[in-house]
Ligand binder design. Structure first.
Ligand SMILES: Cc1ncc(COP(=O)(O)O)c(C=O)c1O
Length: 449
């Protein structure tokens, strides 16, 4: 805990301020302690130790104020220490901190579920239950789909990321660092091609149709549609590199699922809650999933995740078949209600679109100037650039450019199956001047080769 009197939240000066090198001496000291106390498996993107954060900045233990293009990996979309979240959590923590919803319930859990039932795509009858993390939401969605269909197979996609538990790391595509040495993996998981326009062998135009045909072929020939419980997909692949599937791919897969009694699960853990310029990314192509998994942006950083889906599917599970000690903790539920109020009242869906317009225009201009930028993609405040050796599609690691941004006080994240994607996830409350300044730092970092 910080001893400084300043508080975090939107009142923090919205400025980049470097008073030491990055990381500074106090952060380096703390990092040395981290290295002796925490295993290296828990990596560090940028070893500055945070004392405050809010709006579009993160302040570190040396007094540096960094521009935040990461939002704690798409979590603090309403900003850190957002006032409505802080106020609700403050009140709740003084009332009670836990009962276990399965032992003695409380209203805020039900209120969050009602909201998710109303706000997620589709006006059909829905149910929601709450868990602690994105991985737990995905695991539970698969459990429900298997239970409801009596089938076992789960189909996932190349470049997909779904978490780090046994099942969700199995569902995840990329070996290093997520799976290496952690096998054996869970059975009955099958992988299909994703419509990745930039890398589709015959080019982006045929991508949706060809990828969907290949995915359906995997299901038909390798598994048998009648054995498939669920198809699980991120509407925009997050860790895989912000791959926006070619238009038409998702609707075709959904149509196939509908025709074959397969549960279509949308993993909106990273894309949800206004991030992409819609409340949920599925809305862009009118996709109505049977089950939708949410987490991250749902509760401003308090651990919460949701499984929302067709009432007939979720109601099929016997009493006591779902749950967990902490799922839907009252502090996290109050935080989620504060987040949802903030998204609505501060018009953050519109704000995400505005951020997208600014970022995509500047990144497209970068692509014109610097041939290392092979692709610019994304929607709303979830955008990325893919780096390649000029004139080819050969990946160029994103790490060195990210490190240059970090040194200048811009927090950016990398991603991608090939480690060559810089991804940008600013808080939706970031003021335009910080967004522009961050993009200028990025440009300088790229111009250095
Ligand atoms: C699409 C997606 N699904 C699932 C997860 C796992 O969520 P968690 O880290 O909360 O378990 C993530 C996390 O990055 C994600 O991006």
């Amino acid at each position: 805990m910080s001893t400084a009197t300043t508080q975090g939240g939107p009142e923090l000066p919205q400025e980049r301020r470097l008073v030491t090198e990055i990381p500074g001496p106090r952060s380096r000291e703390l990092f040395a302690r981290k290295q002796s106390a925490v295993p290296p498996g828990i990596g560090t993107t940028l070893p500055v130790f945070v004392t405050h954060a809010g709006g579009g900045v993160v302040v570190d233990a040396d007094g540096n104020s960094l521009i935040d293009f990461g939002s704690g990996i798409a979590v603090t979309s309403v900003g850190n220490a957002a006032p409505r979240v802080v106020e609700r959590v403050r009140r709740q923590v003084a009332d009670f901190t836990h009962t276990c919803f399965m032992v003695t319930p409380y209203e805020s859990y039900v209120a969050v579920c009602e909201k998710l039932n109303a706000l997620t795509p589709g006006d059909h009858d829905k149910r929601t239950f709450l868990v602690n993390s994105g991985a737990e939401a995905v695991e539970n969605a698969v459990k429900v789909a298997r239970h409801a269909t009596g089938r076992q197979a789960v189909v996932v996609f190349e470049h997909g990321y779904h978490g780090r538990t046994l099942l969700t790391m199995t569902l995840t595509a990329k070996n290093m660092p997520y799976k290496q040495g952690f096998g054996p993996f869970a059975p009955e998981v099958y992988r299909a091609p994703l419509a990745y326009p930039f890398r589709w062998p015959t080019g982006p135009d045929a991508c949706a149709e060809e990828a969907a045909a290949q995915a359906i072929d995997v299901i038909d020939k390798q598994i048998g549609a009648e054995n498939v419980a669920a198809v699980l997909i991120e509407p925009i692949a997050g860790e895989g590199g912000f791959v926006v599937p070619a238009r038409g791919f998702l609707p075709r897969i959904l149509e196939f699922c509908r025709a074959n009694g397969i549960v279509f699960i949308a993993d909106e853990v990273q894309t949800g809650f206004a991030r992409t310029g819609d409340l949920f990314a599925c809305e862009d192509e009118g996709i109505v999933p049977d089950i939708i998994c949410t987490a991250k942006g749902i509760a401003g950083g308090l651990p919460l995740a949701g499984v929302t889906g067709r009432a007939d599917l979720l109601d099929s599970v016997h009493v006591g078949g779902l749950g967990g000690t902490y799922g839907g903790n009252p502090l996290a539920c109050e935080a989620a209600l504060g987040v949802l109020e903030t998204i609505e009242q501060d018009k953050l869906v519109e704000r995400a679109r505005h951020i997208g317009e600014i970022m995509l225009a500047r990144l497209e201009a970068l692509k014109e100037r610097y041939p290392i930028v092979g692709d610019v993609r994304g929607r709303g405040a979830m955008v990325a650039i893919e780096l390649v050796k000029p004139g080819t599609k050969e990946p160029v690691p994103a790490g060195p450019i990210a490190a240059r941004c970090h040194a200048e006080g811009l927090l950016v994240l990398t991603a991608g199956t090939y480690g060559n994607v810089l991804r940008f996830l600013p808080p939706l409350v970031m003021p335009d001047h910080l967004l522009e300044e961050g993009l200028s730092i990025l440009e300088r970092a790229i111009s250095q080769g």
